[in-house]
Design a protein around this ligand. Structure first.
Ligand code: HEM
Length: 147
């Protein structure tokens, strides 16, 4: 369908440069520094800047989150094949104390990153197509979280 085409085309170049695009998704954590406390390292007294620069945080945003999105894009025709993985991923986030509402914030930063990277190609239908895909991912993660 048209939606899948929009997603695949826009991800084609972004997906090859996961690190810089993941970095744009930092915006979320600057808006809500409390989320940074969920990454365990250093001391309780580390500043927001220290936490943003830590390897665990960088890995999460540039690799882990981006890889899940990459997997979703490559399984667009069959997102349910990722169900076990995403249920389990939701459980892991429950275990580390992430609230499910925060998944929506990651979605906002994903859209922000797309907007920054795509410029005029970031259209309303494209935004909606991504939102739909991300909602399915989050719904599965949240279900695993609740189980
Ligand atoms: C693991 C935090 C959202 C993908 C983790 C860990 C933390 C964390 C603390 C464990 C430590 C680590 O590996 O760095 C958060 C926070 C989120 C969030 C605060 C929301 C604000 C997401 C989302 C995705 C994701 C939306 C995917 C779309 C992953 C993956 C792992 C992980 C793949 C590794 C799981 C494993 O070890 O098997 N996250 N996360 N996270 N997160 Fe997140």
């Amino acid at each position: 369908t048209k939606d899948k085409e929009l997603i695949r085309d826009s991800w084609e170049s972004l997906g090859k440069n996961k690190v810089p695009h993941g970095v744009v998704m930092f915006s979320l954590f600057e808006l809500d520094p409390a989320l940074l406390n969920l990454f365990h390292y250093g001391t309780n007294c580390d500043s927001t800047q220290d936490r943003l620069a830590s390897p665990e945080f960088l890995e999460h945003v540039t690799k882990q989150v981006m890889l899940v999105i990459d997997a979703a894009v490559s399984h667009l025709d069959d997102l349910h094949s990722l169900e076990d993985f995403l249920l389990n991923l939701g459980k892991k986030h429950q275990a580390v104390g992430v609230r499910t509402q925060s998944f929506a914030a990651v979605g906002e930063s994903l859209l922000y990153m797309l907007q920054c990277s795509l410029g005029p190609a970031y259209t309303a239908p494209l935004r909606q197509a991504w939102l739909n895909m991300y909602s399915i991912v989050v719904a599965m993660m949240s279900r695993g979280y609740a189980e």
